[in-house]
Design a protein around this ligand. Sequence first.
Ligand code: FDA
Length: 305
Amino acid sequence: MLLFNKLILWMLPILPRKLIWVFSKKYVAGVTLNDAINCSVGLNSNGIKVTIDILGEAITNLKEADSYKEQYLDVIDKVEAKGIDGNYSLKPTMFGMAINAEKCYESIREIVKKASSYNNFVRIDMENSPYTDLEIELYKRLLKEFPNNVGLVLQAYLNRTQQDILNLNNLSKDNLPINFRICKGIYNESPDIAYKKYDDINNHFIKDLDLILKEKIYVGIATHDKNLVNQALELLKKHNCETTDYEFQMLLGITPELRKSILEKGHVMRVYVPFGKDWFEYSYRRFKENPKMLSHIIKAIFIKG
Ligand code: FDA
């Protein structure tokens, strides 16, 4: 990344939130649940499913975990009442994974139980590597109780992912239907445990997807990388997949043309719809991925004033 872009990224937290919001709203449905519902209704009307996520990251005290749990339970009731075609995604550190893993399990269990009462589904997002084992264990535990209502994310940049796929697939011998989302991975991991180069990560994304499809595991193919989408389409043919065996997934506001072209080919598409008052950290990660967006911010600051 250019030095100037790095400088702007570094300055973002001290720039007026109102200015950052102008650019963030591309990636975030809004601050309220109503914003998320309206956004989801719009996507549904174009044949796109959603996965709704309340924005928030690692908490520092367990009271916050209770508050996030209550918010999710309320979101599920209201989203189901509106008949939205969508499911839910969440991050375990919002429920205290880093403070008390058992309490985190209990909170997420309540959320999955609520989703299961509507025959719906919760995806456990994968966070940075200190949580990989904990989040896999959490998934395994929930899967036993709610076999059709919970899924996990795997990150292609981690060296361990092929082995994780094989280990988790052992659970399907107990008739537990494994359900993955495969993505590249967004956290800054050490080269000791993760691939760092674009080509290496892409090669492993395809290797992981190939293994997942070979093992007949349902998969959400989460990428905006056209090159990976094309290779994924080839793999779907190679494994004679039906449209019920997989779905494509994208983040709100990214590569809408690619999204449309996948949809027009008859594949299932699901868009990640994040909302909430903690929109800044999420948007910050999106800006980091997209230097073009940073250049818009630079123009807004220095040219438009
Ligand atoms: P890449 O970053 O190479 O982008 C490919 C192309 O997409 C770019 O060339 C550009 O055209 C476009 N693009 C990408 N980012 C953009 C942006 N911010 N703005 C505009 N255009 C952009 N990660 C994780 O660690 N844990 C998780 O649980 C999840 N969950 C998740 C769910 C879903 C539905 C998606 C799509 C992604 C995630 N991720 C994630 C994030 C994922 O790991 C990854 O960081 C991003 O998807 C970007 O990777 P791409 O595969 O899109 O490739």
